[in-house]
Structure formats: C-alpha cells, structure tokens
Write a protein that binds this ligand. Structure first.
Ligand code: ATP
Ligand code: MG
Length: 419
C-alpha cells in the first residue's frame, strides 16, 4: 500500500524542524496575545465557494469536494480563514468581544500538480485578527512573521507588499484594467478571457508566460487607491520602515483569493525555485459580513509550513534529537521485568528512560543505546542480578558506578537529575 499522489508521511527522522518552528511560533503567538483555535478539516462546500470566490484557482479546480451519503456537498478545507470566520460568526464571538486574535496549525488540501514545495495535503500555520481596522494590526502581523523568520535564522526571505484597495476604489481600478486589456484580449489565455467578465483582478495573478507579457505596464491597484486606503497603506509602509522591517512594494501582487482588501503581502524566497511564496496574508474587511456576520474588519496570514521546512533544510542540518537520560540494557527475563518497572518509575519522575525487551545480546543493546543517544546505560545481566548490584555507565565520560539494587530508584534519580 502506498500514499495517494501528493500526500506524504512526515517521518520521525524529519520532524525536528517542524517542532522547532511550532515551538517558536507558539511562543511568539502567546507573546502577542493570539489564542489557539481548532477547526474541522471538513466543511460545507458553500463556505469556501462563497468566501474564496468562484473564479479563483482554488475553487475552480483545486478543491477536494464530494457528496456525502445524504447528498450534502462537502469539501476538505483548502485554507483556514473561511472556517475561522465561520466559527467567529457561528459562536457569536463578536457579541462578548469583537476583538479576537487566533492562531492555528494543521493540514490543508488542494488538488494541485504535486512537485517540490507543492503537495495535495500540506500544512499551514495561520493567524487571524478580527475587529480592528487599524493599519497597526497589518504591521503587527508582518512584524510577527518577520520576527519568526529571524528567530529561525532565515535571512533569505523578502516581504512583498501591496494594497488592493477597497470596494470604494476597486471599480475605478477595474475599469482602468479592462481599458488596458481591451485590444489585447485575444492574447490572454482562455481562463483570463473568461476572467475579464467574471473577475478581472484575477488576471493579474495568472502564472502563464503570455498573460504575464500582456500585463507588462498594466495599471496597478496602488495607483487607484481612495484617500482612506492611501492613508492606510502609508501607515503600513512608514511603520515597517521605522522598525527596520525589509519589504518591497510589489504592485503586481494580488493573491489567489477574492476576499482580500487593502494590505496584501507574501513572503518570498529564491531558495525553492518556482514555489517562491512561504507565507501569504492580507486584510479581508468585507468577509465576515459577506458570510452573514456583523460588519467586522479582519486580517490574517498563512505560512506554508512544508515550504518553510524545505527552506530550513537547505540551510542547516536537522537539529539533533534530545537523547535519552538512561537506557537499560536488560539481558534476560528476570532483568527484563525489573527493567520494565524501573523504566516506568523513572519516566514517571521525568527521567527519559528507554529499554528493549527483545532479549538481545549485550553488544546489540549497547549499540541501540548509542543509537538512541543515551547519556547513561544501566547494565542488568544475570551476574549483576545475582550480585544485587547494577552497573551504571556514563556514556560521555565512560565512568562506571555500581548501584545496589535496593537503592536503585533513589540513586538513579539523584545521579540522572543532576547530570
Ligand atoms: P501559490 O501561489 O504557491 O500556489 P497560494 O497563493 O495558492 O500559493 P495561499 O493560499 O496564500 O497560497 O497559502 C499560503 C501559503 O501556503 C503559500 O504561500 C504557500 O507557502 C503554502 N501553500 C499553498 N499551496 C500549497 C501547496 N499545494 N503545497 C504546499 N504549500 C502550499
Ligand atoms: Mg495556489
């Protein structure tokens, strides 16, 4: 049996970098007062179709959608924002406190062509803020991402920032874009030709070479901002500059989801070939109301966890697993029973203890202790059991001590908790 195409296992040998990222991210989220939320992996299809947008790549061709036995259409979540909005509305979280700061991590599903940095089940680390319209929240999220990547030692990343405007300035921009594309329509790909009527802004996000060529010199959203959006974007830029956060104004950045307004950004790397974005985010001030909630400004980002780990893998060796405090080499049956009870007792006391119940030779078990990076080995063979004294070997200094069996637990606790 094999995994499905685009799905993969992440084995214990590779998990250390994932854990390192999670630990640092959780610390940072806690410091900035974000709280964890967990949402289902399966939702009604309508939730994603309505929020992400019918004319987007995700909804048009990437969603895992199926009919349940009762004919209801369900979809494996392709992203987290829509579900978190649903939760915010469903539980009326706005009623007691409209300001909510969430984070979460978990798998997302998109049926794309699998390649390095692109999987059908992939993981995201997600943060969302509800109820604050201020540009300082935009800055906080970009700063938080920047801080996380700095703490991870990643210097090969650049923030690309744009402003997409709001419903007030969008129509003027769309008119200007359609005017620009007017005579060039036949040079666009089929999908973009359809986008001209369905959702012209999506054309800016088209990855095909010919469309990219047509788009050279196209009008930009930043040149059509209303005074309020202009002001908002100005605050974002000047605040980040003051903090020394590096960024690049990318007029062509539109992001692949329809709900974005005002600030949108991507963190890009040159380390992964075509899969350049390791994180993306943006403001979505209209989405909560669109999904049936009260008018609520909101903003968030998603980090592509798999890609982030791939960038880190290129830069560093996998961090070493923390070794065991003790490995008990138990040679025969009475020793094995003793080893079983002793390892449970020591683990209960917080001493990381391993053993092996296969009845292998001393040599084989010493090898295993080494492989598990044990700092100490306790040898319990028939002769040690007969003498009622076991040998403890410090694997670093090679020193050996003999410990009487009736003092085993307190003696080991004393030695292992201090060395
Ligand atoms: P891309 O342009 O690479 O398709 P996207 O705009 O579709 O990315 P988002 O919806 O913004 O991606 O998701 C946020 C992040 O999740 C991306 O920046 C990327 O790092 C990661 N990501 C998206 N799709 C995949 C995938 N299929 N496999 C792995 N990571 C992904
Ligand atoms: Mg995509």
């Amino acid at each position: 049996m094999q995994t499905i195409r685009g799905f993969r296992d992440i084995l214990p040998e590779h998990i250390r970098l994932w854990q390192k990222v999670e630990t640092l991210a959780y610390e940072l989220f806690a410091a900035f007062d974000y709280r964890e939320i967990r949402i289902p992996v399966l939702e009604k299809t309508q939730l994603f179709a309505r929020s992400i947008g019918e004319a987007t790549d995700i909804v048009e061709k990437e969603m895992y959608t199926f009919e349940d036995r009762n004919k209801e259409k369900l979809t494996l979540r392709p992203e987290a924002t829509a579900s978190i909005c649903r939760a915010y509305i469903q539980h009326k979280l706005y009623a007691s406190d409209p300001v909510r700061k969430f984070f979460m991590t978990g798998p997302m599903f998109r049926r794309e062509r699998p390649q390095k940095g692109r999987y059908r089940q992939f993981y995201q680390i997600d943060a969302e803020v509800f109820g604050i319209a201020s540009a300082f929240v935009d800055c906080e999220l970009i700063f938080l991402l920047n801080e996380l990547f700095t703490r991870l030692g990643l210097t090969c990343l650049t923030a690309h920032i744009n402003s997409l405007g709001c419903p007030d300035c969008r129509p003027a921009f769309t008119q200007s874009l359609l005017g620009f594309l007017g005579e060039k329509k036949q040079d666009l790909c089929d999908i973009c030709q359809r986008r001209m009527t369905k959702n012209p802004m999506r054309i800016l996000d088209c990855k095909t070479q010919t469309c990219q060529e047509v788009l050279a010199g196209a009008p930009a959203t930043v040149d059509h901002l209303c005074p309020a959006c202009e002001d908002h974007f100005h605050t974002v830029k000047t605040t980040l500059q003051k903090q020394g956060v590096d960024f690049f104004i990318d007029k062509s950045l539109v992001r692949g989801l329809d709900y974005y307004t005002r600030t949108a950004w991507e963190i890009q790397t040159t380390a992964l070939g075509a899969q350049s974005a390791v994180a993306g985010g943006g403001r979505y001030d209209g989405l909560v109301a669109e999904l049936g909630g009260p008018d609520t400004p909101a903003i968030g980002f998603a980090i592509g966890f798999d890609r982030l780990v791939e960038v880190m893998e290129q830069l560093e060796q996998l961090p070493e697993e923390p070794g065991l405090d003790l490995f008990i080499v138990a040679l025969e049956d009475p020793a094995m029973e003793m080893a079983y009870h002793l390892s449970c007792d020591l683990n209960q006391a917080g001493i990381r203890t391993g053993t092996d119940f296969r009845g292998k030779s001393l040599k084989a078990l010493m090898k295993r202790a080494d492989k598990r990076n044990a700092r100490h080995v306790l040898i319990a063979g028939p002769s040690e059991l007969k003498d009622k004294a076991l040998i403890l070997r410090n694997m670093v200094t090679r020193e050996q001590t003999t410990i009487p069996m009736d003092q085993l637990v307190p003696a080991l606790k004393k030695i292992l908790q201090t060395t």
